[in-house]
Design a protein around this ligand. Sequence first.
Ligand code: FMN
Length: 206
Amino acid sequence: MWRNQPFGRQCAWRIIMSSTYVIALKSSPRPQSNSNALADQAIAGAQAAGAQVESIELHRMSIQPCDACDGCQGATDDPCVIEDDMQALYPKLRRADAIVIASPVYWFALSAQAKLCIDRWYALDGPQGSALAGKQFGLVLTYGDSDPFASGAINAIRAFQDMCRYIRAGIAGIVCGSASKPGDIQRQAEVMARAFDLGRKLAGGR
Ligand SMILES: Cc1cc2nc3c(=O)[nH]c(=O)nc-3n(C[C@H](O)[C@H](O)[C@H](O)COP(=O)(O)O)c2cc1C
């Protein structure tokens, strides 16, 4: 069938298939969200560098907590037994070359929406390690306090760093900024520019 395709279509398909696939996992439920604005900058940066990017809004998905049944921990590729929206996300996570997590700081940590999703990555663990090993990760965070320590952003950053070390993934960058009201972060051109650069880096992070 491929041989009968016009040359242009074959070529375009190859270009799509060979570009870096980046996933943005947005976790804020808020309209005009600050962390989502940083994620959109990272998406724009990745697209500018030629990546295929998919934006995923975790708060719109039905994601249950890991129930620690260990049903996923047998043979390699044993799936998670919980039938919810993670089932559609697992293949995308496996296929992604790079993943950017966007989160507000909630109660001195990552948002619950982000944590629910990350906990379910337990099902991507196998005897050979995690299916996410070798991928490039980025984190974009916003917090209401003026200080990354007092706000608890540092806890979210530490959790992210430990997670990447555990799954043997790379860290392309971490961008965080203080912003309280919806849209506040957009006035911080330097932070927005750093998020754009993170996206560019993720696109090259195959
Ligand atoms: C439930 C809740 C918990 C929060 N906890 C913290 C916190 O622990 N530290 C902090 O600095 N800001 C905290 N904030 C403020 C948000 O982190 C801040 O407004 C952030 O910019 C929100 O990002 P978003 O616009 O992407 O939702 C909290 C906000 C909410 C709604």
